[in-house]
Design a protein. Structure first.
Length: 65
């Protein structure tokens, strides 16, 4: 099974460097968010209906709907 990919359209007020986010990739149970240059911004894992992990700078990140 291959990776699933998508794009990100950041809104104003994104913390840290997340205003540069443009793509995400989901594979092997993990979500990676990348900037406009393709460099990783954060790696997250599924956790009960949301994603949790850390930015490449070590900041804790939680994504939920």
């Amino acid at each position: 099974r291959g990776a699933i990919e998508g794009t990100i359209a950041p809104a104003g007020g994104c913390p840290g460097k997340f205003f540069t986010s443009r793509k995400w990739t989901y594979e092997q149970g993990g979500l990676v968010m990348r900037d406009h240059n393709g460099q990783p911004l954060a790696q997250l894992a599924g956790a009960g209906g949301r994603f949790e992990g850390k930015s490449t700078a070590g900041e804790p990140i939680t994504l939920s709907r």
